[in-house]
Design a protein around this ligand. Structure first.
Ligand SMILES: [Zn+2]
Length: 413
C-alpha cells in the first residue's frame, strides 16, 4: 500500500508509463476473466514481449495467476492468465447518519466480511475514533493480513470534494482534510466520495450501469442524492459537488429543508420525510399496520418500517410511497430531459420499496418528460441491494489499480 501511495505521486516518467500499462493489463483481465498472452496482446494493443515483461512484474506482486486453458484441440494447452482475486483486499464504508455499512471485498466483488453498526453523530469529532476502531476490527475479524489491504474507500453523505479529500456537510472538524486524518491514523491509502456518486461507481462496475454510457443513479435514503454518469464516467462539476438533486425546488412554499431552503425534493420524498409524514398521520389517529410493527411506539417508525408495511399491504404506507414517487418523478423528468440517459437506477434504502415507489416515479416521469427521450430511458431498481453504497466505496480504491484516468499522463505527451 506504500507502493500505491508512492505511485500516486507520479514523479517518475518511466514508472508512470509502466504503471499505466500494468493497470491496462489488469483492467483487461478484470473485464474478460482469463486470457492467453496472445489474447491479452490483442486486447491491450501491447506486443507480446512487452506483455510478457509486465505480466512477470505483476506476478511478482502476486496480482496474477497462470493456469492451463481447457480449450478444444490437441497438443499443449496454451497458458492463460487471470487475476489472483485474493491478492489484495479493500475496505468499503457507506456512512449513514444513523447506520454505517462496512465491508471487505477481494479483487472481484466477493464480500468476505460485512457489518452494520450504529453511527455516532457525524458532526462530532468522536465519530473519527469510532470509525477507525470499526475499520481495524473489521480487518482483524476478517482474518486478512493487514499487508494485503490495498486501501479504504468511504462513501459520505453531503458535500464531498474527493480530489481534496474534504467533506463539508459531515466530518468537517479541522483544517486538515478528513481523508488525510484517516490515512495518517490507519497508515493506509484512504479515498472519500459523496455517497450517491459512490453508489453510481458501484453500478458502473458491478451493477445495472455496467454497459451504460449515460446513466443516472438516484440514492434515495435519509436524503436524496444523484450520481451522474456521462460517456461512461462520473460527472463531478466544478468543485466536485454536482448532483445535489435533493435540493431542487419541487413545492413552492413547502416545508423547511435541512439545507435551510423551503420545498426541496428531499423535504418531501426522502426516507426522513416519508417517516416524518407517516409518524404524524399515525399520531393523528389513522389506523395502520405500522402500529403493530412497532408495538405501538410511533417514535421508532422509520423508512424501513414503512417499506415493510407497504410490502404487507398497508394502505397508508403504499399511499405515502405513491406521493413520494410522484415528487421524485417530477424532478426526474427534468433530469431525463437534460441528460437523455439510457438507464435511471434507483438505489438507497427507500428504493427497497420496489414497485410502490418505481411505478409512480415511472408514471410521473413519462407524463412530464419529452416522450421521445423518456421512452428510451429505462427506470429500474438497483440489484446491489443495501450494500450498493459500500460496494461503490470499494471501487474508489480499486480504480487506482484498474483504471488509468486518475494518473497524470501530461508528462508523457
Ligand atoms: Zn434543501
Amino acid at each position: 500500500m506504500k507502493q500505491l501511495r508512492i505511485e500516486k505521486e507520479n514523479t517518475d516518467r518511466v514508472s508512470l508509463k509502466r504503471r499505466i500499462r500494468m493497470n491496462i493489463i489488469l483492467n483487461a483481465l478484470r473485464s474478460n476473466g482469463s486470457l492467453s498472452l496472445t489474447e491479452l496482446s490483442r486486447q491491450t494493443g501491447f506486443n507480446v514481449p512487452t506483455i510478457t515483461n509486465l505480466v512477470k512484474k505483476l506476478e511478482a506482486e502476486d496480482y496474477l495467476i497462470r493456469e492451463k486453458s481447457h480449450g478444444p484441440g490437441q497438443g499443449r494447452p496454451p497458458q492463460c492468465i487471470r487475476i489472483n482475486t485474493s491478492a489484495r483486499y479493500v475496505v468499503g464504508l457507506d456512512l449513514g447518519r444513523f447506520n454505517t455499512n462496512i465491508i471487505l471485498v477481494d479483487l472481484s466483488r466477493k464480500i468476505i466480511y460485512k457489518k452494520r453498526f450504529h453511527t455516532l453523530n457525524l458532526q462530532e469529532p468522536k465519530v473519527i475514533d469510532q470509525l477507525l476502531n470499526e475499520i481495524t476490527n473489521a480487518i482483524q475479524e476478517s482474518g486478512v493480513k493487514f499487508s494485503k489491504i490495498l486501501g479504504v474507500g468511504m462513501a459520505i453523505p453531503g458535500l464531498v470534494n474527493c480530489k481534496l479529500g474534504r467533506s463539508y456537510t459531515f466530518l468537517n472538524f479541522k483544517d486538515k482534510p478528513i481523508r488525510d486524518v484517516f490515512e495518517k491514523r490507519l497508515d493506509l491509502p484512504v479515498f472519500i466520495e459523496n455517497d450517491a456518486r459512490s453508489m453510481a461507481l458501484g453500478e458502473l462496475w458491478f451493477g445495472l450501469a455496467k454497459d451504460a454510457k449515460n446513466a443516472l443513479c438516484l440514492n434515495i435514503g435519509w436524503g436524496i442524492g444523484l450520481g451522474i454518469i456521462t460517456n461512461g464516467r462520473i460527472y463531478y462539476g466544478n468543485d466536485g459537488f454536482a448532483g445535489e438533486f435533493g435540493h431542487i425546488l419541487i413545492k413552492e412554499n413547502g416545508h423547511l429543508c435541512q439545507c435551510g431552503k423551503y420545498g426541496c425534493l428531499e423535504s418531501l420524498a426522502s426516507g426522513r420525510a416519508i417517516a416524518e409524514q407517516v409518524r404524524q398521520i399515525v399520531r393523528n389517529g389513522k389506523d395502520s399496520m405500522l402500529l403493530k410493527l412497532v408495538d405501538g411506539n410511533i417514535d421508532i417508525i422509520n423508512a424501513e418500517t414503512v417499506v415493510r408495511a407497504a410490502q404487507m399491504g398497508d394502505q397508508l404506507s403504499i399511499e405515502i410511497f405513491e406521493q413520494a414517487g410522484k415528487y421524485i418523478g417530477q424532478g426526474l423528468a427534468i433530469l431525463i430531459n437534460l441528460f437523455n440517459p439510457e438507464v435511471v437506477i434507483l438505489g438507497g434504502r427507500v428504493s427497497q420499496a420496489g414497485r410502490f415507489l418505481l411505478n409512480p416515479i415511472q408514471t410521473e416521469a413519462n407524463k412530464r418528460a419529452l416522450p421521445h427521450i423518456s421512452e428510451r430511458a429505462k427506470i429500474v431498481v438497483s440489484e446491489l441491494g443495501n450494500l450498493s453504497g459500500a460496494l461503490g466505496a470499494t471501487t474508489l480504491v480499486k480504480k487506482e489499480i484498474f483504471e488509468t484516468a486518475h494518473l497524470d499522463v501530461s508528462g508523457l505527451v
